[in-house]
Design a protein around this ligand. Structure first.
Ligand code: NAG
Ligand code: NAG
Length: 192
């Protein structure tokens, strides 16, 4: 159970694209290459994304980007994420995996996945809100900036089936824009 949870958290983090190839844990049999991080908004004047993968050093990648958040969330704002895998990388080949962030209110998401994964990984390299205890609305409307954020791939299993993994976050609300954030990474077996 504990392992399932951390696995799920890890995929969520990957999805956000704080991606890293590292050899810190000798037991890990895989490495990954981030392919893309993309935000899609139903209304760019309410929320817009400009994110990209940046090379930090040989074999090490992070994510930099700007998110212009310009609308008010409410307790009706909903958030969810699903994960897909494709062996070829072809769009038509992606199949849903049993890892997800179940659909929940944005504020519940902030108190769980966001706090456990996003805040921990993005706190030091961006200006995303950080809080102790329970999140107190409002979620600030502002320009969020991330600079070379690298995901510490803690909690992932030592063996992962090679292939392309895609995570899709989706956020919607009544009379609000809807947006997706999509991260794709390629996982392969490590060569020794
Ligand atoms: C986007 O949101 C702005 C501000 O609320 C609004 O004026 C505009 O009509 C919206 N555009 C679309 C395409 O819905
Ligand atoms: C997010 O999901 C909702 C409901 O499932 C859907 O209507 C909406 O189009 C999605 N948003 C985007 C940007 O794809």
């Amino acid at each position: 159970m504990v392992q399932m949870v951390s696995l799920r958290y890890s995929f969520v983090s990957i999805s956000m694209g704080f991606l890293l190839i590292n050899g810190i844990r000798a037991a890990r049999r895989w490495e990954y290459e981030p392919i893309s991080v993309t935000g899609i908004s139903s209304n760019d004047s309410l929320i817009s994304f400009d994110t990209k993968i940046v090379r930090i050093s040989r074999g090490e990648f992070g994510v930099s980007g700007i998110v212009e958040w310009n609308y008010d969330t409410t307790d009706k704002t909903m958030m969810e994420a699903v994960v897909y895998r494709s062996s070829s990388g072809d769009e038509s080949d992606y199949k849903l995996l049993p890892f997800s962030v179940p659909k929940q209110s944005f504020y519940d998401y902030l108190n769980s996945y966001y706090k456990e994964v996003i805040m921990k990984n993005l706190g030091h390299c961006s200006n995303v809100p950080q809080f102790k205890g329970k999140f107190q609305p409002p979620w600030p409307k502002k320009t969020y900036i991330a600079e070379k954020c690298v995901f510490k791939a803690d909690g992932l299993p030592d063996i992962i089936l090679p292939g392309f993994y895609k995570i899709v976050f989706n956020c919607t609300g009544p009379n609000q824009p809807s947006w997706d954030f999509i991260g794709i990474a390629k996982i392969r077996n490590k060569m020794f």
